[in-house]
Design a protein around this ligand. Structure first.
Ligand SMILES: *Cc1c(COP(=O)(O)O)cnc(C)c1O
Length: 397
């Protein structure tokens, strides 16, 4: 069939350009050590340095027990969207808990943060409005903005002068509602958005601030309340995920003022036209918030691991992007070198993920390592030694 031939050619082009993404299969719970199926089909244990399991809660017995209890009591799922017959007290409680934890009036659950971002802009920002967006924002923010009719402005990553120019232009164009949209943490670099400065700029131009805090909620800032808490600011719109530090399952949410959340409940399409979160995951997320609010010990271990790991890699001769976030990118420049190093590390029992163009800029290929509170100091010593050995063998350090 002609149309399939076209698709085959496209697939071939993806392979030929070195952009093919293949999946690795885990045969164990997510954790510090995982069983991974290799390309040859055999399973082997590896130290996992590439999960978003920041607080190590993906296999938490407390969260698993909460999920079990809700599964037994309420069954598998709601078989409905929220507004027909899919809402439960668990959803109501989780929305209240998220709003309270993250310092907002109200919250709304989605099947994923991708949906929270995808359904955020179109109901709130129309043709008379303007959205000012960081160039490195997550794909779901970009898609969400595309779905709105608002005028769009884009500034280079964390460039405050350019952000201000966009705000000035939006206001000069007579925009009604203006919002600056940013990731709280940029996931490829581990850089924080300059939220205090963005807040001040937004105030000067009477604009809202929207933050996607997927790589921060649960572990950044006081009580892990995220990048706004870390910067000591409030934002009008906050989105996040249940799929990273808050237990690693699925689900997303928006936290905002009551009228904003009320309008999203009426108009946000991924909320209206997609199934309610299953009881087991909703109950696990509720328990995760209780656990995480008191998890200063886990947060300390996570950031201590990040400091230790950065020091170890630097002593081994690798160059990193500076920072304090548990995302620790090992900069190699060359995409093939990144892939070779990841493969060599895999042979040594270290599971890492190489990133090249177009996920990161050309010449900025890297291995993005991620720390977790589940990793012990011995794990890091073992991993750093393997990085050093493989780096030397490949002539990279
Ligand atoms: C992971 C991530 C998402 C997507 O979250 P899901 O809940 O998995 O859909 C959105 N934005 C950012 C910044 C992320 O890192």
């Amino acid at each position: 069939m002609e149309s399939l031939q076209g698709l085959r050619e496209e697939l071939e082009a993806i392979r030929a350009s070195g952009l093919w993404k293949s999946e690795r299969f885990l045969a164990s719970p997510q954790g510090a050590r995982v069983l991974v199926r290799g390309a040859d089909g055999t399973e082997r244990e590896a130290l996992n340095l590439c999960a978003n399991n920041y607080l190590g809660l993906a296999d938490s017995p407390r969260l698993v027990a909460a999920a079990h209890a809700a599964l037994d009591r309420y069954g598998l799922g709601m078989a409905s969207v929220r507004f027909i017959c899919g809402s439960s007290a668990l959803h109501e409680r989780l929305e209240a808990a998220l709003a309270d934890y993250l310092g907002g009036e109200s919250a709304l659950l989605y099947a994923a943060c991708f949906d929270a971002n995808g359904g955020l802009f179109e109901p709130l920002f129309g043709a008379e409005d303007a959205i000012v967006s960081d160039s490195l924002n997550h794909a779901s923010i970009i898609d969400g903005i595309r779905l709105s009719k608002a005028k769009r402005f884009r500034y280079p990553n964390r460039d405050l002068d350019a952000c201000e120019s966009c705000l000035r232009e939006a206001r000069a164009g007579g925009a009604r509602r203006v919002v600056v949209a940013t990731d709280g943490v940029f996931s490829m670099d581990g850089y924080f958005a300059p939220l205090a400065e963005i807040r001040a700029l937004a105030d000067r131009y009477d604009a809202w601030v929207m933050v996607d805090d997927c790589h921060a909620t649960g572990f950044v800032g006081p009580a892990g309340a995220g990048t706004p808490a870390r910067a000591g600011v409030k934002v009008e719109l906050l989105t996040g995920t249940l799929g990273k530090a808050l237990g690693g399952s699925v689900g997303g949410y928006t936290v905002a003022s009551e009228p904003v959340v009320a309008l999203l409940r009426q108009r946000s399409r991924p909320y209206l036209f997609s199934n309610a979160l299953p009881p087991a995951l909703t109950a696990a997320a509720l328990e995760a918030i209780v656990l995480v609010r008191e998890a200063d010990g886990l947060r300390e271990r996570l950031f201590a691991n990040a400091r230790l790991w950065r020091g170890m890699l630097e002593s081994a001769g690798f160059s990193l992007l500076a920072g304090e976030h548990p995302i620790v990118p090992v900069m190699l420049g060359d995409a093939e070198a990144s892939q070779n190093l990841a493969q060599a590390l895999w042979e040594e029992g270290i599971f890492v993920s190489p990133f090249g163009y177009p996920v990161v800029p050309k010449g900025a290929a890297r291995i993005r390592t991620q720390m977790s509170a589940a990793l012990a100091e011995d794990d890091l010593t073992f991993a750093a030694e393997a990085f050093r050995r493989c780096g030397v063998a490949l002539g990279l350090v």
